[in-house]
Write a protein that binds this ligand. Sequence first.
Ligand code: UDX
Length: 448
Amino acid sequence: MKITIFGSGYVGLVTGTCLADVGHDVVCMDVDAAKIERLKQGEIPIYEPGLESMLLRNVEAGRLSFTTDAREAVAHGVLQFIAVGTPPDEDGSADLKYVLAVAESIGEYMDDYKVIIDKSTVPVGTADRVHARVAEVLKHRGVSVDFDVCSNPEFLKEGAALEDFTRGARIVVGTDSEKVRERMRECYAPYNRNHEKLMFMDVRAAELTKYAANAMLATKISFMNEISNLAERLGADIEEVRRGIGSDPRIGYHFIYPGCGYGGSCFPKDVQALARTASQIGYEAELLTAVESVNKRQKVTLFEKLSRAFDGDLTGKTIAVWGLAFKPNTDDMRDAPSRTLMEALWAAGAKVQAYDPESMRETRRIYGERDDLVLVADRIQAVKGADALVICTEWKEFRTLDAGWLKTQLAFPVVVDGRNLFEPSAMKSAGLMYYAVGRGDTLALTRD
Ligand code: UDX
């Protein structure tokens, strides 16, 4: 099938590359000429395991190409995916200007039947707005061309996006048109072989499904973080509680890991946008607001624990930070807990000595050169000459640790672990003061 993807960001590139890989003829369009130029040279603007080789092999095979020319892009595909960004507005609602600009381009240049597909995460009702915008442009042109708009939300996790696209649990399509159902079936047929994954539903149900999925997952995390804060204060070990509740199949083991708060491009933005959608229609979504505020508070706990260990004075201290990305296997720093920590440390007069396997370039891009931010080549150098260590991301390479060695490196042997990587008893017997999330040993800090 001939397919056009608008937006060569994370979602657009993964979608375009995966669809080309199963034999479709894909054109990716972006208004950012520099980005398209780089892609044409084979340079991938994002880090996603496996994407580069898959993309290059499809470009080579002539199934995937890039353009800035909207006319050419619209003419190409019978399927027109909209995968542009929907950044949060000032009030937290999703800004649709890029989505609607694509709708205008499609209306401007189309002269035969198109299925327009909302792939970006967009508020409920967006498909109707896209439909209206395209119709307006066509009317203005004085032409009549048939088209449909459907919703086909993505459920991609960064770091596992190719796997999620090719072996995802479901493919949700919101439409009331048989023509669209047929074409979407054809598009996804290669990914729909062993059991039926396509779920056709109403457009608004599909749009809400995406937000509901992310809000549910974010709720699980905030719930566990809330319970872990209680566990700290009650003298219970959250890791035992986690196993205890996860064993109930109604609850399950997934997404109940307590930590230093969720980050990334989806959960914070989507929970906020859904709460905003609710308030716009006069409904106060109390649970969503609570999920968000528990998360904001959780991100501050790393600094609070550290600060208490230093009696509230971190001036002139050097703090080693392991992990800067919001989660492992990505260089993404959006809403990462490490940022809340570093910014609080700088405000308190401390210096950060940090290491992350992938996101140091991104950290430099965000914060620039500054005396109180030293980025080092590995985790060993990060703790050299440092007063204490904070772990923000559970990269695999941080999971083994010679606690005795660490004790000799740190001037003041405090370890704040935002990801519960180690056994408190082992850390303690090596002479370290180990403060994790919701585990027994944090009591010393929170009881007095
Ligand atoms: C998420 C959804 O999983 C995906 O389906 C959706 O399309 C986009 O948003 P992503 O943001 O890439 O994907 O990351 P994910 O792996 O879900 O993790 C999100 C955050 O939650 C991370 O900061 C992670 O550390 C945190 N998390 C996750 C926890 O704190 N505890 C958990 O148990 C699971």
